[in-house]
Design a protein around this ligand. Structure first.
Ligand SMILES: Nc1ncnc2c1ncn2[C@@H]1O[C@H](COP(=O)(O)OP(=O)(O)OP(=O)(O)O)[C@@H](O)[C@H]1O
Ligand SMILES: [Mg+2]
Length: 449
């Protein structure tokens, strides 16, 4: 559908010239000869843009502007002023005009201003739409997502939250595992009791036991009083064991006993205390591989993995990127910041090895370094995101003495990319930095399907 421009100009000659010019540009132009007529036409059918002369008999451009801004503030109005009337031009800008153009009108300038106003309006509308979506249905607690993998995740979470089952949350670093754990707690009947998180990788091995299960006064040097462990602190609520794969083997045994018997024994205590905390655990390692390697006890794995919740990597859900970006802009206090289309393009193509956390950091950094307030441009993105060429190339390692078969290396990389993306050619091509057609050509060359 053609873009509609309402044109108000009392001088028939100038009106005809501008009408011709804009029609040539592909706009559908409605010419009128006065402010009153413009208002009437506007009420009948809202145009995409209004171009009005400043001085017209009866209702002038400024009066028309203020009426229009009242009726539909989002429709851009461009005012055409007679040469030398800079004061009224300033007034027009204050009244909400998008821009003013001085007479005699320069054709190129007029075209440019109109195009700019329309682009601005399109961006505003896109932002408003996204904001509405983010505010609306596409979230579970504060987890944003509208892609089908995320909808599936929300479904699973809805069912798991209501149950008391121990849950194991799996996913790459930065995918949102901790958010999921918190949402499960908030979505459960235990929501008013504490959510206690413990990062198993961050606590020195000799302190974990006391940290988890508590310690009695005198149990070891430094234990000058009874101390409650995280399990006890989480009583009535949930305990979240983050990076559970890093738990030392002897503590894995103790944890297993806690889960089986539903009671914890503080270090140095005679008697156990009953456990009343729901256990949630997370890891970014492949636990089944850790089990196979003997790093993780198989029985504990099954005990934790009563239900498993897999948080998908960001590269498998590029659809969520606009929503996440809007969400972060809002969180960082710039809800009205506009985002250039070229930025969307780059963000949606990036493979995001650091997942949502990396995207969040990129947006935060961009807002700090922003060249133009209220607007994110490509220049605000870090170089490694901005252009794939700047991405560090994978190291070839020690180049083998006997040389390599470059064709075989290419084939290997293509197969690896396809495997990583579950056979998705568009995503695999992105990861390889080539077009989809280039990928298909190479797949045929190597006889890959
Ligand atoms: N779907 C989402 N919606 C909104 N924010 C998200 C989402 N996923 C992740 N985040 C944000 O990204 C950051 C990383 O999330 P989180 O700490 O939960 O990841 P993680 O999977 O626990 O990572 P790690 O394995 O490195 O500990 C947090 O700031 C979180 O708020
Ligand atoms: Mg985490």
């Amino acid at each position: 559908m053609a873009i509609r421009v309402l044109l108000a100009e009392d001088d028939p000659g100038q009106r005809r010239v501008m009408e011709y010019l804009l029609t040539e540009e592909g706009y559908s132009v409605a010419p009128v000869a006065s402010g009153e007529e413009a208002l009437k036409a506007f009420r009948e059918e809202t145009p995409d843009l209004v171009l009005t002369d400043m001085s017209m008999p009866g209702m002038d451009g400024l009066e028309l502007l203020s009426e229009l801004k009242r009726l539909a503030p989002h429709v851009p109005v461009i005012i055409i002023t007679a040469f030398g009337t800079i004061r009224t031009a300033v007034e027009a800008m204050r009244g909400g005009a998008f821009e003013y153009v001085a007479k005699p009108v320069n054709n190129d300038e007029l075209k440019l201003v109109v195009a700019k106003a329309l682009e601005h309006k399109a961006l505003e509308e896109e932002n408003a739409r996204l904001r509405l979506e983010v505010k609306g249905k596409y979230r579970f607690a504060n987890i944003v997502g509208a892609s089908s993998p995320m909808k599936h995740l929300f479904d699973v979470m809805t069912r798991v939250a209501a149950s008391e089952a121990t849950a194991l949350i799996l996913g790459e670093s930065g995918t949102g595992k901790e958010l999921v754990a918190r949402a499960l707690h908030v979505g459960s009947a235990r929501r008013d009791a504490p959510f206690i998180a413990l990062n198993c990788a961050a606590i020195p091995e000799n302190l974990i036991e006391a940290e988890l299960f508590g310690a009695r006064k005198g149990a070891f040097t430094g234990a000058t009083r009874d101390r409650k462990g995280r399990f006890e602190l989480a009583s009535g609520g949930s305990i979240f064991l983050d990076e559970v794969s890093e738990l030392p083997i002897d503590l894995q045994v103790k944890l297993l006993r806690v889960l089986d018997e539903r009671e914890v024994t503080p270090v140095g205590a005679e008697k156990p205390v009953p456990l009343d905390a729901r256990v949630l655990a997370a890891t970014n390692r492949f636990l089944d591989a850790a089990v196979a390697e003997g790093d993780f006890r198989e029985d504990l794995y099954y005990r934790l993995n009563v239900v498993s919740i897999v948080v998908p990597p960001l590269r498998k859900r590029a659809d969520d990127i606009p929503l996440l970006v809007e969400h972060f802009l809002e969180n960082f206090g710039s809800p009205d910041c506009s985002v250039d289309p070229a930025v969307w393009d780059i963000l949606e193509r990036h493979p995001w090895p650091g997942n949502v956390r990396q995207l969040e950091n990129v947006i935060e950094r961009a807002l700090v370094l922003q060249k133009e307030p209220g607007r994110l441009t490509v220049a605000d993105l870090p170089p490694e995101i901005r252009s794939p060429q700047n991405r560090p190339a994978p190291r070839a390692g020690d180049f083998p003495q006997e040389g390599v078969d470059l064709e075989e290396v290419e084939k290997d990389l293509i197969q690896a990319a396809l495997a990583k993306t579950g056979g998705n050619q568009t995503q695999a091509a992105r990861m390889l930095g080539i077009s989809r057609y280039a990928l298909i050509y190479r797949m045929q060359k190597h006889d890959l399907r």
